[in-house]
Unconditional design. Sequence first.
Lengths: 106, 113
Amino acid sequence: AQRVTQPEKLLSVFKGAPVELKCNYSYSGSPELFWYVQYSRQRLQLLLRHISRESIKGFTADLNKGETSFHLKKPFAQEEDSAMYYCALGTDKLIFGTGTRLQVFP
Amino acid sequence: DVKVTQSSRYLVKRTGEKVFLECVQDMDHENMFWYRQDPGLGLRLIYFSYDVKMKEKGDIPEGYSVSREKKERFSLILESASTNQTSMYLCATLTAAAYQPQHFGDGTRLSIL
């Protein structure tokens, strides 16, 4: 079955601390993986995708096919990173995880 | 920049009413989607459409129907609204090319009283 698991509902850190938002997927084919972010009162928007291998707003995510993971990382969290983060698996449609709320305290 | 417009940001309806949520996109994308977003449940796919007059059930289609008469417009219909359909509804579009992200509208927060 195709599934995306985000085990943490809430992650709270202090400003400057490292952040890792976990994402594991289940898919038999070659996965397309994305991270979406939703800031307060804003629309859901793409943060990054594995195919681009890019760093956006200091965030990176590496696809680990052996562990079927696509964890989102940032070495030094900022207060403006506080948001809801969704990992998504692309097939003929997008399958979303349940999301992780990141809170960054000053 | 892709623009996905949902007709209402907030909507309040009564139990038993027929409710229409409209979504319009301006980028000629083939695929359109309706999700509902609930705390702790993430985004769940209700219906999607690959082309005009085509529709496919998502994971939670019960109590909903859709209409896609024109490529740019995808409507979600609650035939007889119930309180458990109170939620945030998100429309999204996607081009047919591989590895492209979905583009989302602002969402409609629907309350059924």
